[in-house]
Ligand binder design. Structure first.
Ligand code: ZN
Ligand code: ZN
Length: 425
């Protein structure tokens, strides 16, 4: 395996970096519960002399070095995912770092330490954002968390986005574990799909199913009509958008002897295009409402916005790609993959030039029980070197950052985004 030389500080810090990585991997906590992870990061920051530290919510952290423009943002996730059977799963919660988020934290902390030194000879700012609660999981807890006013939205980045936390940064750099090596050491420019989670309730009127069905309004029939309508809508789906509507009935009525008065259908609506995701979501709601009305009932939709599709900033990826080539050959870099995975970086990418590159050095697959680090240099040191190389290049060329910003168009207006979040059409 060809690999380039590391920044001298990263070269020297390797053992400390790997020890930090191991510690973070051993503290798997679910979203909005990353307290021990937060404390470990805060202790590391203080120990290494960082003093411009802000806290966000209960577990988020923002650290700043340098001053002035350009201002480059780095994003690291913090949470784990339920992975029963994982050797390093928390025995109580079953959570493990099988999505590798802990490794992002260690990489970015090392990158920040090096960039603080690099900034002594340069102008510009680097901010590292630790973003909680990325995985769409532990739904009941998060509903309660939001009800108690401890966060506004399910996802950490969405809260931060709506609170303007990223507004100080011109561009945002994020990275994610790819799982085991399968012919590519890195990925650049991967597109992620987006999704909306819906709970559609069809309301009818109960009556005796044999004696007086004429007095009832059958909610199950409303659902059946709706399913037919969704099937017909599929002919309007454009192949490249990879639209998906899939779900389950969680309540089909109350008793066989009564006309079903309530049917509950849970589904995901997915698409590769942000604008299309919202249009499709609205079409599904409309179909539900009209099919219910056609049979004398009503339908109500409650929604949880999932993640928006992620389109990476191509100009910024060119800089990342150049820096990957210091460590590998083009054949080992996966480019422009269309992944059906989703992430809340998608929402951020709708409003800021943002990228997420992939790195390897793991065994197993993301979210799998055998996902673990097998090559620490590859997981921690090399990605940190790519981040440092990319950021110093951007700091040295503020005109490139200006051009990236000038070329960037947000995928939707803030108002449309807020409507999407609030579930109002
Ligand atoms: Zn994940
Ligand atoms: Zn992840």
């Amino acid at each position: 395996m060809e690999t380039g030389t590391l920044h001298p500080m990263i070269e020297a810090d390797q053992q400390e970096l790997y020890a930090l990585g191991r510690k973070m991997f051993a503290i798997p906590e679910l979203g909005y519960k990353e307290y021990r992870t937060r404390d470990l990061i805060l202790a590391w920051l203080r120990e290494h002399g960082f003093d411009r530290i802000e806290r966000y919510g209960e577990t988020g952290i923002i650290v700043t070095v340098g001053s002035g423009r350009p201002s480059i943002g780095l994003i690291a996730e913090m949470d784990a995912i339920p992975t029963p059977g994982h050797p390093q799963a928390d025995p109580e919660t079953g959570a493990a770092h099988s999505c590798g988020h802990s490794t992002q934290g260690a990489i970015m902390l090392e990158s920040l330490k090096v960039l603080r030194e690099e900034l002594k000879q340069r102008t510009g700012t680097v901010k590292l954002y630790f973003t909680p609660a990325e995985e769409f999981t532990d739904i009941a807890f998060r509903r309660e968390y939001i009800r108690a006013g401890r966060a506004k939205y399910f996802s950490g980045k969405i809260n931060m986005l709506m609170d303007g936390i990223f507004d100080d940064s011109d561009v945002l750099i994020h990275l994610h574990a790819m799982g085991r090596y399968e012919g590519h050491r890195f990925s650049v420019g991967s597109t992620l799909a987006g999704f909306v989670y819906k709970e559609i309730t069809f309301h009818g009127t109960a009556s005796h199913a044999a004696v007086n069905p004429d007095k009832g309004a059958n909610a199950l029939n409303m659902f059946a009509l709706f399913q037919a309508a969704v099937g017909m809508l599929r002919e309007t789906f454009v192949d490249e958008d990879k639209n998906r509507v899939h779900g389950i009935i969680v309540k089909g009525g109350s008793t066989v002897n009564s006309i079903p008065d309530e049917v509950v259908y849970e589904c995901y609506v997915r698409s590769f295009r942000p604008d299309n995701l919202l249009t499709l979501s609205a079409k599904i709601d409309q179909a539900a409402e009209h099919c219910a009305a056609a049979l004398g009932g009503t339908a109500t939709v409650s929604e949880l916005p999932g993640d928006l599709p992620f389109y990476q900033n191509e100009d910024l990826n060119k800089v990342i790609y150049r820096n990957m080539l210091r460590h590998t050959v083009p054949q080992e870099i996966l480019t422009d993959e269309r992944s059906v995975a989703a992430g809340d970086i998608g929402d951020v990418g709708c409003f800021f030039p943002a990228v997420q590159f992939g790195y390897t050095g793991f065994e197993g697959y993301c979210h799998g029980r055998s996902m673990c680090v097998i090559d620490e240099r590859e997981v921690y040191a090399v990605p940190a070197d790519i981040v440092v190389g990319t950021v110093t290049e951007l700091l040295d060329h503020p005109e490139e950052v200006e051009a990236i910003k000038a070329n960037f168009t947000p995928a939707m207006s803030r108002e449309a985004y807020l409507r999407h979040l609030e579930g109002t059409k």
